[in-house]
Design a protein. Structure first.
Length: 143
């Protein structure tokens, strides 16, 4: 692939990511949660009782930064800290009913907002976008 194409792809990926984040921030204002909170709630829901370190690794941030985000979610009643059954020094995270409800509501708002964006694409373009992102995800998951 020529360097100019690589540079264009990098610029477009960065620009798209920034614009999507801006759009999601607008959606967030309609709800009572942030994108980071949504990511954490979704991760905890998908990975039953993960460790705090797991969340930090998932978000690609330091454990102290993850702790600050998680503390906020715990104090707001979205998550609970639970000691591990086999080793009480290990703290696991679990979502509360409030956290589950918030995640559902957030996903509804995000889907609505993203649907507006994607409605400007043809069915073929959407299918191509799905295929390309799926392929990229597979490539990037291979380490």
């Amino acid at each position: 692939m020529p360097k100019s194409e690589v540079a264009k792809l990098i610029a477009l990926i960065i620009k798209s990511k920034r614009l999507i984040q801006e759009r999601v921030r607008g959606i967030e204002k309609a709800g009572s949660f942030s994108l980071s909170q949504m990511e954490i709630l979704g991760y905890v829901a998908e990975n039953k009782q993960p460790l705090m370190k797991d969340v930090a690794d998932f978000l690609n941030i330091t454990p102290p930064s993850a702790t600050a985000l998680i503390d906020s979610l715990v104090s707001q009643g979205y998550l609970k800290r639970m000691p591990d059954k086999n080793d009480r020094r290990i703290i696991r995270l679990t979502e509360t009913l409030k956290g589950k409800k918030t995640l559902r509501q957030g996903m509804i708002l995000m889907k609505k907002g993203m649907k507006e964006i994607f409605s400007k694409l043809s069915k073929n373009e959407i299918n191509n976008l799905i295929a390309i992102h799926g392929k990229l995800a597979k490539i990037l998951q291979k380490k």
